[in-house]
Write a protein that binds this ligand. Structure first.
Ligand code: ADP
Length: 422
């Protein structure tokens, strides 16, 4: 049987007594939880308190009564007082029995045995019942309307908050980009500064410090650009700059960005430019970002000396390309979420900030940026992987389908607008 009651002390005591009498007792503290458990376990009897913190015992009963599979489960209400009107309302909702105080645990067990063996209160069909049915219907409809209005108001305020959060992220990234550009400029000036060059020549540690500084600044600029691109996609403020695009060249440029890492990690890249379309219409810069992100992930999740395959096929008016790695793979349960913003499939505790080290981290933005860009081109992106296993390395393959002629031949008429850069 299922016992639904918000009073934990009473719930535990009654459940213990019923268990002693040989019943299997499932427990829920709220009405919705009670409905879930009723659907999961299909109990022989439900005993519910009338007043619960979310739904009332009457609403719980009505929900089950309209569900053919569970409509026949007897429901007994424990009421705090014996009130004729309340009793009639409970019967109007389809409740079979009404237990009122004073009751002892032993008396409750007797009641339960009575109802579980098919017993039921005798409900007289009279005027009180007619009035109760009408009142119950009004009560349900009124509460439903109230709840919908409440949810709509909450939704509106959440949407407002979400927008504020997007604006905050966007403004913060902009604010950070300006001083960072200055720092990057000064660091380059410093590198070219003759006395410093002399110091670097005299002491190799100085060179290591300076290049470490430049690398850190570059990485920070990359993160800020990633956040800005994402925020432009999310706020639909990004315009596609459609033009003639040689996709093979786009891949080559993306690969150049990872040349060092590929060499250092002894990864083998399989890429045949002849497979890739030389003339399509797309935003070449944004497509480079898509391929760079997929490549960066393939590098991050493939151990040293692994292989990465970039292949393409043109058929009809579309190009299908994929980035396949021989890395750790992705769990089935994560595959549908990894294109969501800020979804990180691995453990954040082992998160590192490197974009190219094995299992290096990221913000969980890369794939959602890819999705935003591919969908803005009216294409599709998806992943296939047999699962995650860092031992057997099943690998992952990211597929992209792009129409060869996205957008018009004139200046972009995309509904995405370019964000003014400061
Ligand atoms: P990040 O910027 O953190 O890499 P992404 O959006 O690019 O975020 O990826 C989201 C998550 O998907 C990653 O945290 C990772 O767990 C998983 N993932 C992405 N690409 C791969 C891949 N090639 N192999 C295994 N896991 C991957």
């Amino acid at each position: 049987m299922l016992l639904v009651d918000h009073d934990e002390d009473f719930r535990q005591k009654l459940a213990a007594t019923l268990k002693q009498s040989g019943f299997t007792v499932y427990i829920a503290s709220r009405g919705l939880d009670g409905i879930d458990q009723a659907r999961r376990y299909a109990p022989d009897l439900i005993v519910t308190r009338l007043e619960l913190s979310d739904l009332s015992g009457r609403e719980l009963t009505l929900t089950l009564r309209v569900d053919r599979e569970f409509a026949a489960i007897p429901v007994v209400a424990i009421a705090d007082e014996d009130d004729e009107e309340q009793r009639a309302l409970a019967y109007a909702a389809g409740i079979n029995g009404y237990i009122t105080p004073p009751y002892t645990l032993d008396a409750l067990v007797l009641h339960v045995e009575f109802f579980i063996s098919g017993g039921s209160d005798i409900i007289e069909e009279n005027e009180t019942m007619d009035v109760a049915r009408e009142r119950f219907l009004q009560e349900v409809v009124k509460r439903l309307e109230g709840r919908i209005r409440e949810l709509e108001a909450k939704n509106a305020s959440l949407e407002k908050l979400d927008k504020m959060k997007d604006t905050f992220i966007q403004l913060t990234a902009h604010e950070l980009r300006t001083p960072l550009t200055l720092i990057a400029g000064y660091s380059r000036l410093l590198e070219d500064h003759p006395p410093l060059q002399k110091m670097m020549a005299d002491d190799e540690n100085v060179g290591v410090l300076i290049s470490g500084l430049a690398e850190g600044i570059g990485r920070m600029q990359g993160i800020i650009e990633e956040i800005l691109t994402m925020s432009r996609i999310m706020t639909r403020q990004m315009e596609l700059n459609i033009g003639p695009t040689n996709l093979g060249n786009v891949v080559k440029r993306a690969l150049q960005g990872y040349h060092e890492a590929i060499k250092e990690r002894q990864l083998r890249i399989r890429f045949d430019p002849a497979e890739w379309p030389v003339s399509m219409r797309a935003d070449a810069d944004l497509l480079r970002l898509v391929i760079a992100n997929l490549l960066s992930n393939a590098i991050k999740y493939t151990p040293d000396q692994g292989e990465i395959f970039l292949t393409a096929q043109t058929s009809g008016q579309a190009v299908h390309f994929s980035v396949r790695d021989t890395g750790i793979g992705i769990d089935h349960e994560h595959q549908q979420y990894i294109f969501d913003r800020l979804h990180i499939a691995h453990d954040v505790e082992v998160h590192s900030t490197s974009k190219t080290a094995f299992l290096g981290g990221g913000l969980g933005l890369g794939l959602s940026i890819c999705k935003g860009i591919v969908e803005a081109h009216k294409g599709q992106i998806w992943v296939e992987s047999p699962g995650r296993d860092p031992e057997t390395l099943p690998g992952s393959e990211f597929f992209v389908m792009l129409p060869l002629t996205t957008g018009s031949t004139q200046k972009p008429r995309s509904r995405l607008k370019r964000l003014t850069r400061t």
